[in-house]
Write a protein that binds this ligand. Structure first.
Ligand code: HEC
Length: 160
């Protein structure tokens, strides 16, 4: 290897190390905001949705505060939701895909926490947020087939 190549490879390795370090050091809320770019295509950047097509996410605190509410939200992001629902006075007969294959546990927790602590009308306290290990538990149960469909979980909740 000549001098130039050696110097170049050192620079490249440094760049790689820096890039991965930055990713690891990224605050969770930034990760949540970034991950939400996937959701905002439908639910809009504000999370307010489009009445009749995409339900609002701004009322989810009311869901998260109920028994089984956080599990429902994790389930929607991991395995999706389909069938008729009523939300905020409108009826939806939509389909949302699950993101289990595209998001890590950390991303699922971060995106839901971003919705709950930044976008929601009534913001959740930071200490009540969803953890990465909460997501891992739900993901495993889904994988093992011990988890109901999101639409079934939704029926047990009082929805806005
Ligand atoms: C391609 C459009 C689309 C994308 C992308 C999408 N959603 Fe949805 N989402 C929907 C639709 C449609 C529904 C309602 C499904 C139904 O009618 O059964 C829904 C429902 C939901 C619900 C349940 C709301 C309720 O009232 O029960 C939550 C929570 C949710 N989405 C969160 C997210 C999050 C978080 C993301 C990003 C990771 C996301 N969605 C990405 C279309 C989308």
């Amino acid at each position: 290897m000549n001098k130039f190549c050696k110097a170049l490879s050192v620079v490249l390795v440094n760049a790689l190390v820096c890039a991965s370090f930055q990713l690891a050091a990224q605050p969770t809320s930034e990760l949540g905001k970034q991950t939400f770019n996937t959701c905002s295509v439908c639910h809009l950047p504000t999370g307010e949705g489009v009445p009749g097509s995409f339900p609002t996410l701004r009322k989810v605190t009311l869901v998260a505060e109920q028994e089984g509410g956080k599990e429902y939200l994790m389930s929607v992001v991991l395995q999706g939701l389909s069938g008729q629902i009523k939300s905020n006075g409108a009826t939806y007969f939509g389909y949302m895909q699950g993101f289990a294959a595209s998001f890590t546990d950390k991303q699922v927790a971060a995106v839901l926490n971003y919705v709950l602590t930044d976008l929601a009308e009534e913001k959740l306290q930071k200490e009540d947020v969803i953890s990465e290990s909460d997501v891992a538990i739900v993901r495993n149960k889904i994988k093992e087939g011990h988890w109901p469909k999101s639409s079934v979980l939704r029926k047990n909740l009082a929805m806005p």
